[in-house]
Each structure stands twice: as structure tokens, then as C-alpha cells.
Design a protein around this ligand. Structure first.
Ligand code: HEM
Length: 498
């Protein structure tokens, strides 16, 4: 046998083994596209396409649940709200993928809330829910901090009546400051360089995180190839250190002035828990507890700032696109609150149409289209398939919100779908899941709803928002297929209502 023949036979043999391995790997998984290349998977085919669109095509082709490989990760996408509800009720689906960027951010372990799992996640999440709820009801309540930020926004808008304004970045400072107040009992001046850096980190950077992007699925290229994305990984590490340094400093200052009798804010509550924990197994214990404390605060900003501020942008976009709906909301504001009194949270219960409009804003923009990625903690049988441990799970929340089998006219912006026939109460829709569903559902949902209500009503009480006639046609499509979708840039014109 010639050397070429031996080489050819070996290569053919290797290729055959590769095919068999792939076949065995995917045999019991949900169906999916061919073209899962070694090492990079289907990633290159998504570079120039929107995964939102590609996944919609895959749903037509492969059904409610399909799988593919992205980088080194096996991914299953669930495109049916009933299946999402079924999966996210189960502990086995409550993991988070071990993405390198998240692990590095978390100093090598799944810590905090957003990217933790198991015991740490349960303890930290339970603590945060209980104590944030308590702070929301306290005297220095969240309500007054949001009202304060809404007043600042009104003053900015009042100074810009009649001028075209780009909304991107206008809500960021207000939202971030109200979160900062809850965590630290303090607020930033708008031109404080640390504040501007935080806005950049927590909001602008998040807006660039592509859904099926390289930082999640193929970080190797960022870490090792300065040629492709110059200095990306170093910049990422520097940002991590600076942001965590800022929050660490605030925590240390709190520790110095800590008084067990007076708990001023969320950081004080965390410190109290950390100080009293004597169980070495607890995620609040000593150094591990200290690190979790830092990362929980980072998580609240990461999860709460961009989400709320982008939803407000979408809200303004829809109000200029659907002026008749804006008018109806304003009629309700006039009737319930009047022109002068500041909106407060007690008004929510009396403002059915506004509440329905806010729900429709959440549905229509589907801000976190695939939720935050989950992963399987064990091998599991689901929907007739076998899904191995450590599979990344994407729940297609956008699909749930536009499912023609559930919603009558999903592509119309129609708040009335959330109001019952007797015009008395909000209709609960099981396919409505802007905050995800099940055991890992957003823990800031009530805080987000309260903030959105106050900002939205405070602005529409004072101002009418209109299209900028010189801006050109508006797009209601997301700007980019990112983890959190923001609207395409647009201008608005603010007019006084009185
Ligand atoms: C419009 C605003 C918001 C939307 C649409 C939203 C949506 C979501 C979604 C879809 C998830 C993923 C849930 C899952 O993994 O299945 C999530 C998780 C989370 N959200 Fe929100 N969120 C918003 C605001 C907030 C706010 C204001 C906070 C807190 C300050 C917050 C804190 C969190 C945290 C900590 C998690 C992680 C929960 C966990 O892993 O257990 N969110 N959010």
C-alpha cells in the first residue's frame, strides 16, 4: 500500500469515527440543523444573521424544541410557552452555563445570584427577595427614590421642550441611581465620573452582548487573539476590577459605619447576615460570604439597570407610534392623579388602562427574548428527548409573546388584550412571561414594575411625546439581536401638556 493510500484510509477512518461520535451525541437530542462544525459548531453561520430570525425558521423546520452546537456548548432552544413552563418548574433546568466570561467575573466559581446555581443560588436569591421586599416597604422606601429620579427627568425634559431628543442614555442615569439608592442609601450626581463609568458598564456594554455572540460561546478567540478584537479580554478584566472595586469600596465603608440596630439599606442587610453567619457551609460565611455579597450587588445592577431603562425607551417609542394610546393613558392619569400631584404606587391599583399598556409594552418589545440562559444540572428526559447534563437552554420568550396559537393578533399593539370584558381587572395570560417563568423568574419584577409605573406616568402626566418630523421612519424592530434588545436609535419631541 502506498503512503498516500494509508494517509487517505486513516483520514477516512477518523472522519468516520467523527461522524459516529456526532451521531451518538445527537441521536437522542431534539432535532436540529446540520452544519455543527468541529469546535465552533453552528456559530459561523449565525455571524451575519439574526438568531431571532434563524431560530424562527428552525422552529418551522424542526418544531417546538430543537438543538444545535454553539462553540463548545450543546444548546437546546424551547419555542413553546407550555414547554418553557414545564421545564422551568423543574430543579434540573435551574443551572447556569459555565461561560468563561461569567466564571471570570465571578472569580472562578458560580457565585452571586444571576450566574450561580445550587445552594449558593437558593440562599442568596431567597435572602435578596425577602430583604428587597422589606426595603420597598420601608420608610426610606424605593418609591421616594424613584419619585426623586422622575423629578430629575422631568426637569431635563422641561429644559428641552420642542427640541429633538435622542432617548438612548436619558433613562440610564435615573434608573441606575434609583438602584444605587436602594443598595447604598446614596445617589450620584449625574456628572460623577464613577457614575458615568457605571452607566457605560452596566448599560451600554450590556447592549452589545450578542445573543449567540463570541463572548459567551467562543471566548477563546477574545482571550487569545489580540488581532481579532484588540485587547478585548484585558479591557474586560480592567472593567470588572474597576466596577467591583467601586462596589467593594462602598461595602467596606458600610462595614466601618455599620450599626446592628439601624439597617440603612440593602448592603447593611447583607453585612448583618454575613456577620451573624457561623455555618461554614453557608454562602454567607466569611470570605466566601464577602465575595458573594459583592457579586449579589453587582448582579442587581447588571440585571436591573439596562432592563428597566431599555423598557422605558420602548415605552416612549410605542407612545409616539401610537398617539391614540398615549392619549388614553393621559386621560386616565388626569382622572386618577390630576395634573399636579406626583404619581405614587397606590395609584397603580386604580389605573387599569395604564397597567394594561405597560403589560403590552413588555409583550411587544420582549426585552429579554431568550431569557437569561439556563443549563441542565443533570441528564434529563424532556418532551420525548434526552438532554444531557450541562446543556445550555434557551427559552424563547419572544416566541411565547407572538405565538399565533395563543394571541389573537400578536402583531398589533393593543393594551385592551390585558383587560377583562367587564373592564374591571387585568387578565392574566399564561403565555405572557417578560420576566421568565418558574423557579428562576426575575427577582426584581415587582421593583421593575413599580419603577416603570412611576417613570411612565410622571412623564406622560407633564408631557406629550411626539415623533420628530425630521427623523425619518421609525423602526419597531430591535436594534440588534442582543441578550437584552434595545430599540433602534430614534428622536422624540417633548411638548408641554398644559
Ligand atoms: C423591565 C425590567 C426587567 C425585565 C424585563 C427582567 C427580566 C428578567 C429575566 C427574563 C430574567 C431571567 C430569568 C431566568 O433566568 O429564567 C431575569 C433575571 C433576574 N433579574 Fe430581572 N428583569 C427586569 C428588571 C430587574 C430588576 C429591576 C432587578 C433588580 C434590581 C432584576 C433582577 C434580576 C435578577 C437578580 C435575576 C436573576 C434571577 C436568578 O438567577 O435567580 N431584574 N430578569
Amino acid at each position: 500500500m502506498e503512503i498516500q493510500d494509508i494517509l487517505f484510509a486513516s483520514l477516512a477512518g477518523l472522519f468516520f469515527i467523527y461522524l459516529i461520535t456526532k451521531f451518538l451525541e445527537f441521536k437522542d437530542l431534539p432535532p436540529g440543523p446540520w452544519g455543527n462544525l468541529p469546535y465552533v459548531g453552528y456559530l459561523p453561520f449565525l455571524f451575519f444573521k439574526s438568531p431571532l430570525k434563524v431560530f424562527a425558521v428552525f422552529k418551522e423546520k424542526y418544531g417546538k424544541i430543537f438543538s444545535l452546537k454553539l462553540g463548545g456548548f450543546r444548546v437546546v432552544v424551547i419555542n413553546d410557552y407550555k414547554l418553557v413552563m414545564e421545564a422551568y418548574k423543574e430543579d434540573v433546568f435551574m443551572g447556569r452555563p459555565a461561560f468563561e466570561a461569567q466564571m471570570t467575573r465571578n472569580h472562578g466559581k458560580k457565585r452571586g445570584i444571576l450566574f450561580s446555581e445550587g445552594k449558593t443560588w437558593q440562599e442568596q436569591r431567597r435572602f435578596a427577595i425577602r430583604n428587597l421586599r422589606m426595603l420597598g416597604l420601608g420608610k426610606h422606601s424605593m418609591e421616594s427614590s424613584i419619585q426623586l429620579e422622575a423629578r430629575e427627568l422631568i426637569s431635563f425634559f422641561s429644559n428641552n421642550i420642542g427640541k429633538p431628543i435622542q432617548l438612548k442614555n436619558k433613562f440610564n442615569a435615573s434608573v441606575l441611581n434609583s438602584l444605587w439608592y436602594i443598595c447604598t442609601g446614596d445617589r450620584f450626581e449625574v456628572n460623577d465620573p464613577n457614575f458615568l463609568f457605571m452607566i457605560d458598564m452596566f448599560i451600554n456594554n450590556m447592549q452589545q452582548l450578542e445573543l449567540t455572540g463570541v463572548p459567551f460561546f467562543f471566548p477563546w478567540i477574545l482571550k487569545n487573539t489580540d488581532l481579532v478584537v484588540k485587547g478585548f479580554w484585558n479591557r474586560f478584566l480592567e472593567s470588572r476590577d474597576r466596577i467591583q472595586g467601586l462596589i467593594r469600596k462602598t461595602i467596606e465603608e458600610h462595614k466601618k459605619t455599620f450599626d446592628p440596630e439601624v439597617q440603612r439599606d440593602f448592603i447593611d442587610l447583607l453585612i448583618a447576615q454575613w456577620r451573624k453567619t457561623d455555618d461554614p457551609e453557608s454562602s454567607f460565611y466569611k470570605d466566601e460570604g464577602d465575595l458573594n455579597m459583592l457579586l449579589v450587588v453587582v448582579d442587581l445592577f447588571l440585571a436591573g439597570a439596562e432592563t428597566t431603562s431599555s423598557t422605558l425607551q420602548w415605552a416612549m417609542l410605542y407612545m409616539i407610534e401610537y398617539p391614540e394610546i398615549q392619549e388614553k393613558v393621559q386621560k386616565e392619569i388626569d382622572a386618577v392623579i390630576g395634573p399636579n400631584r406626583e404619581p405614587c404606587l397606590d395609584d397603580r391599583a386604580n389605573m387599569l388602562y395604564t397597567e394594561a399598556t405597560l403589560n403590552e409594552i413588555h409583550r411587544f418589545c420582549s426585552l429579554v427574548p431568550f431569557s437569561v440562559f439556563h443549563s441542565t444540572m443533570e441528564d434529563v428526559k424532556f418532551a420525548g428527548f434526552k438532554i444531557p447534563k450541562d446543556t445550555v437552554i434557551l427559552a424563547n420568550l419572544r416566541d411565547a409573546h407572538y405565538d399565533k396559537g395563543y394571541w389573537v393578533d400578536p402583531h398589533n399593539f393593543r393594551p385592551e388584550r390585558f383587560i377583562d370584558d367587564a373592564n374591571q381587572k387585568i387578565v392574566k395570560h399564561e403565555a405572557f412571561m417578560p420576566f421568565s417563568t418558574g423557579k428562576r423568574t426575575c427577582l426584581g419584577d415587582s421593583m421593575a414594575k413599580d419603577s416603570l409605573f412611576i417613570f411612565f406616568t410622571s412623564l406622560l402626566q407633564k408631557f406629550r411625546v411626539e415623533k420628530d418630523p425630521d427623523f425619518g421612519p421609525l423602526s419597531l424592530e430591535p436594534n440588534a439581536p442582543t441578550l437584552i434588545v434595545a430599540p433602534c436609535p430614534f428622536n422624540i419631541i417633548i411638548k408641554n401638556r398644559t
